[in-house]
Write a new protein. Structure first.
Length: 105
């Protein structure tokens, strides 16, 4: 298993919705979401979901971000051995709000 790699699950997402399924190696993972607005305040809920079949998804955790013109971030670690993972953005608000999600292994 390769360690110390970063995978982009969501990249500059500007609308609510799910990203592509990703099949990680191994079970130990870290997830970090970040986002910002071009003006004023906003919010974003970034769900990290797991699946064993790529079709039925279970919530692993939610990262809640309070967005502003400076980058907001949050994250967590997991050793749950899901076969697939993906990011889903919900409740995205704010002027030109954009959110990204990285997974580290």
């Amino acid at each position: 298993m390769r360690e110390g790699r970063i995978y982009k699950l969501l990249d500059g997402v500007i609308a609510n919705g799910s990203g592509q399924a990703f099949q990680p190696l191994g079970a130990k993972r870290t997830f970090q979401a970040n986002g910002l607005t071009s003006a004023g305040a906003g919010t974003a809920d970034v769900d990290v979901e797991g699946s064993n079949d790529g079709e039925n998804w279970t919530l692993i955790a939610t990262i809640n971000l309070v967005l502003s013109t400076t980058t907001a971030n949050g994250g967590f670690a997991s050793d749950a051995p899901w076969r697939f993972v993906r990011g889903t953005v919900r409740n995205l608000t704010g002027t030109d709000a954009a959110v990204s999600l990285d997974m580290g292994q």
